[in-house]
Design a protein around this ligand. Sequence first.
Ligand code: IMP
Length: 424
Amino acid sequence: MPATIVLGAQWGDEGKGRVVDYFAEGADYVVRYQGGNNAGHTIIVGDQRIALSLIPSGIHYPGCVPVIASGTVIDPKVLIAEMDMLAGLGFDPARVRISSNAHLIMPYHRKLDAAIERYLGRNQIGTTKRGIGPAYTDKYARFGIRVQDLFDPKIFAEKVEAGLRDKNKVLPRVYNTLPMDPVEVAAEYLSYADRLRPHVTDTSLLLWEALTEGRVVLFEGAQGTLLDIDHGTYPFVTSSNPTAGGAVVGAGIGPRMIDEVVGVAKAYISRVGTGPFPTELHDEVGDRLIELGGEYGTVTGRRRRCGWLDLLALRYAARVNGLTRVFLTKLDILSAFETIKVAVGYHSSEGSFTEFPAQQSVLYHCEPEYAELPGWGTDISGAREIEDLPGNARAYIEFVAETVGVPVGWVSVGPERSQLVTVT
Ligand code: IMP
């Protein structure tokens, strides 16, 4: 599979880090195409747990080039710290390639993110406060500052000054917080320029050359389908396109170059931040999923909201992404349950639904209709082949594949790299 997109099929936190890591072993390039350091990927290398927020997985494979493409937003301080951390662990960050067209997250974006959330009060999104939304806002308002601007100090200083002109009125007057000094901001960012320069390139050209030479390229989505700015549960979404279309736009390649789109879904579902969540559990079953699944955010440490697998949402993800296969993670967590539920419909005052409703108000008020499947009551963490899985676990996988209309290609049965079963 020369060009594969691996993306989250739920609200993020599906365990994409380990999935991308699995595919990255044979990849020549791993590409982040959207988002910024709001993502959190943990990869396990030997006995090391490495938390990455911006650099794609694959950095620990000597032959693999990690690419941060144009559709991303980059906090340079975080990126440099991440490269230093990797170098300290013995990995070589020199291979990291950064698009000159990617936008920069500026200090005022972080400040605005926090201020806007405070201002929204109980209507807040629950963002990661990394400045993602304000950075994309500036990009689309055409006030954004790009990586390439770092290499022209005069233009850079002018852009910071222009970028802060309105914000320095808004920050104190609307958000009751201090304005920022454009000279200081520019000086800080220009001090990063020399460090980043050797990594910066035309990543669209780089990837086009790689793909036309038949190299293996993996596109790593951050967040998830239901957090997509266009196709997610707006406004409780991130500000970019984690969906498959976002990969081609964000990486600057044509859609015909993509061979496979793998959707990663947990065998249950979780979300952080606010927003509708039809299968959310507020009982001891939800608490058990959180505790057994270790459902605490990699980036913010927040306790995730958990619930049963929602097959309407997963079928929706299959549709909007054109999924070719599903990678089901954390199947082992369900071993603890005698009966396992999966949502196959919703009921609400606005009707009954078997497809994920386009009308967001339905999601707030609907009651999920569940299919109940028998659990398998045994530890499956040692399974490596499909035959090692108990019949009820296989039946669960088949039920998911059939309802979603996409084959389940793999399931993971534990956090270790080897705890994986190839299904089809
Ligand atoms: P932002 O991306 O920081 O603007 O946050 C917007 C929404 O996306 C919030 O609900 C966040 O909790 C959520 N979000 C952002 N990044 C991730 C992620 O990597 N995993 C899960 N949720 C995320």
